[in-house]
Design a protein around this ligand. Sequence first.
Ligand SMILES: [Zn+2]
Length: 412
Amino acid sequence: MTEIEVLGSGREVGRSAILVSGKKRVMMDFGVKIEPEPPKYPPTEKVDAAIISHAHLDHVGAAPLLFKKGKHPIYMNDVTLELGSMLIKDSMKVARNEGFGTPFDKTDVKRMVKNTKIVRYNEKFNIGDFSCTLWDSGHIPGSSSILLDGRKKIFYTADIQSRPSNLLGACKLPDKVDILITESTYGTKNQAPRKSEEKRLLEAVEETIENNGVALMPVFAVGRAQEVMLILKEYADKIALDGMAKIASEIIGEYGSYIKNPNGFRALLKRVKFIRTNEERAAAIKKYPIIIASAGMLGGGPAVRYLKEMQSLKGSKVLFSGFLVEESPGKNLIETRVFENSEERFSVHADLQQIALSAHADRTGLMDIIRRTRPETVICVHGDKCDEFAKDIEKEFNIQVFAPKNGEKIKV
Ligand SMILES: [Zn+2]
């Protein structure tokens, strides 16, 4: 008997944690939900092994916690370890500054790194009687779907994109699985065609430059920052890059095998201005019409500082390009035109736009993934409307579909 327990990401976006128990207990992802504050963690479990799909905090951010209960291998690829440890260390700093702290410390992070086993895409490794492989999921550099092949073939999409982007190719899929655990971020929504959204972004930037304004793009450091720079490559000399997005970009340039055109990307990075000091930061909005800065949901980072400074300029824009979690400062700003965090509150006069450049498959893409993998059972996770999406899948494919809440167990 195999049991799948959703410990986090059940009917929510954030803190992904899925425990598969057969002869061994395998944790797939162990993330933190950072927005809205305070951060929320999945319950800690004793496991035999863990596998991390990719370097976003909602998938890796709580992984050090798993080492409070003992020593065991944790599998991921090299770029995920590098980017993931960077994000975890930064999140500890942020949590400390905001007074939340983290339920793990530096020793736990070190233990995690020491017990990491690096695996490449399609390289087989065994955990108990599961033969495991990572599949390129097309979401961010290094992102993986996870296949556990045992008595049943269990495929966890993690965050997945079925369409290629400027940075990455489309996801790769096995042609038949038994159980599909699918993300549901856009399970009930289709996205505007990618090309037309890229055009909207280019037009918005062009208009900003004509008006001598500033376009601020709050971005996720890993994945989105690099994709946006590639779309805006003709304007590379006019771009200032700030926050964690800088180190993330350098790491991604270094681990070039995970992206489509490593040489082109490295050349692009040389043309973009990396903001390193407070003096440069203070001068940036006068010198650079395009500012790409983390954090993507305006939960912190230099993006917030730029947003505040921009208020004195006419013809400015804030261009969001990623998923905004309910109640995050970014989402609230779009809805109310007021920015608010624990320290400050101000009205924003700039033109606010959302450009759909999602790194997640939309509804059509997710349905297509189900069609191609031909599962007998689907489990929907990582979405605000998992239950609605589950009903739609049931109708379309006439198969068994679950949308478990956190803590629910499914026997397969
Ligand atoms: Zn992600």
